[in-house]
Design a protein around this ligand. Structure first.
Ligand SMILES: Cc1cc2nc3c(=O)[nH]c(=O)nc-3n(C[C@H](O)[C@H](O)[C@H](O)COP(=O)(O)OP(=O)(O)OC[C@H]3O[C@@H](n4cnc5c(N)ncnc54)[C@H](O)[C@@H]3O)c2cc1C
Length: 388
């Protein structure tokens, strides 16, 4: 098989890139290790920036997002039982959209199926070859048969545990990492959200987040230790841990119910540099991970895809490689700012140590955030997404 761009991974980065390239007449094949149903069952991101909305529109799949997504003009932050609000709209004129990653993935999958672009699900043993030559190849097994794709470029959109980053010679790549000693235990439930806006909770018992997917579906998280076993968290135990972290009004309004999904996500900051190796380009979680506190992971995947899709269009339509040559530098400039914000928000909101000095610093910083318009503007600018 021959294609122009072989895309590894059918998460949001791979599917979005595939759709944008297809719309500009660039052939691409997506290889995905899992089945389509499995990819759709992963409950992850929920808050998307304007950049991601714009790209979904450009890809021609934004209709359902505009109809069903919830526009949020601000966010609430609860500190030791007292709630404060920061208005994005007032500070920046911008808003964010609450629309689940599962729905985005479904819209992109449907869009791809509608135009008949090829995706190979359940592709096994995907391997990258000759990435530093002008004729890279990808081999894999599908339905027991060995297959090979020749291509001009490979887009490694296969997430943190994918094969693309691991195919790079160790001497060519530098990695930077911080692993936090905690995770998020999250549940999804068909209950009305406790508030119309997200509530980020800082509490001596640990962090919590009250989020949602729709007016009838809620997503809640509590900080947990990495040693926790999901089996030892029946729903009742989760609700009993969440309640004392909330303010009185939220506690009274909280509607509990059976979970329809429950999982533990470790918190990690990670960046691999550069993001280009010959004809291989990394995008999304394959190149960088942020702790979910700042709601940046999916949005960073989308901004990488924006830079990469434009660079590939420039290569084919204008015979210019300027965009490809600058891809890594441009993408990383935005990545590091989102890494900083996600790290800052994580250390601000979680119980990371028992050190009373660290806790007092958190409280001082939060107090400053609520009293200073400059500090609130910095927060809002970063949360809604920095400009290009
Ligand atoms: C609990 C939680 C909450 C989050 N909340 C937010 C939020 O509110 N906002 C936000 O922006 N982000 C959030 N994120 C982060 C977001 O989910 C990720 O950043 C996003 O999924 C990255 O997309 P991606 O396409 O780069 O990678 P992925 O979604 O990981 O997709 C990679 C794909 O590649 C496939 N793959 C892997 N290995 C191979 C292989 N060898 N061969 C072929 N295919 C392979 C995988 O199966 C997968 O389908 C959250 C994450 C978590 C865990």
């Amino acid at each position: 098989m021959r294609t122009q761009v072989a895309i590894i991974g059918a998460g949001p980065a791979g599917l979005l890139l595939g759709q944008l390239l297809h719309n500009r007449g660039i052939d691409n094949v997506i290889l995905e290790r899992q089945t389509g149903d499995y990819v759709l069952s992963r409950v992850r991101a929920g808050v998307i920036e304007q950049v991601t909305m714009d790209l979904l529109d450009e890809a021609g799949v934004g209709g359902r997002m505009h109809a069903d997504g919830l526009v949020h003009e601000g966010v609430q932050i609860c500190v030791d039982g007292v709630r404060h609000r920061i208005s994005f709209k007032e500070m920046t004129g911008k808003t964010v959209m609450v629309y689940g990653q599962t729905e985005i993935t479904k819209d992109l999958m449907d869009g791809r199926a509608a135009v008949g672009a090829p995706t190979v699900y359940a592709a096994q043993d995907v391997a990258l070859h000759d990435i530093f030559s002008s004729k890279p190849r990808v081999t894999y097994r599908a339905e027991g048969k060995a297959e090979e794709i020749e291509c001009d470029f490979i887009a490694g959109c296969d997430g943190f545990h994918g094969v693309s980053r691991k195919s790079v010679p160790p001497a060519a790549i530098a990695t930077h990492e911080r692993v936090y000693p905690l995770g998020w235990l999250g549940i999804l439930s068909d209950t009305p959200p406790v508030s119309e806006e997200l509530i980020y909770v800082r509490h001596p018992l640990g962090f919590a987040l009250c989020s949602m997917r729709s007016p009838t579906r809620s997503r809640y998280y509590i900080q947990c230790s990495l040693a926790e076993d999901i089996e030892s968290w029946p729903d009742d135990r989760f609700w009993e841990e969440l309640k004392p972290r909330l303010d009185d009004e939220a506690r009274e309004r909280l509607v509990t119910g059976p979970s329809i999904e429950k999982s533990i996500a470790p918190l990690r900051s990670f960046v691999a540099e550069p993001m280009r190796f010959g004809r291989l380009f990394l995008a999304g979680d394959a190149a960088h991970i942020v702790p979910p506190t700042g709601a940046k992971g999916l949005n960073l995947a989308a901004s990488d895809v924006r830079y990469l899709s434009r660079a590939l269009v420039e290569h084919y339509a204008e015979k210019s490689d300027a965009g490809l040559d600058h891809y890594s530098e441009r993408a990383l400039a935005r990545v590091w700012k989102a890494e900083r914000f996600s790290w800052w928000m994580t250390t601000l909101m979680h119980k990371i140590s028992d050190n009373s000095f660290d806790q007092k610093i958190q409280l001082a910083e939060l107090d400053y955030l609520f009293r200073s318009k400059a500090a609130a503007t910095v927060f809002a600018e970063n949360y809604v997404g920095l400009p290009y």
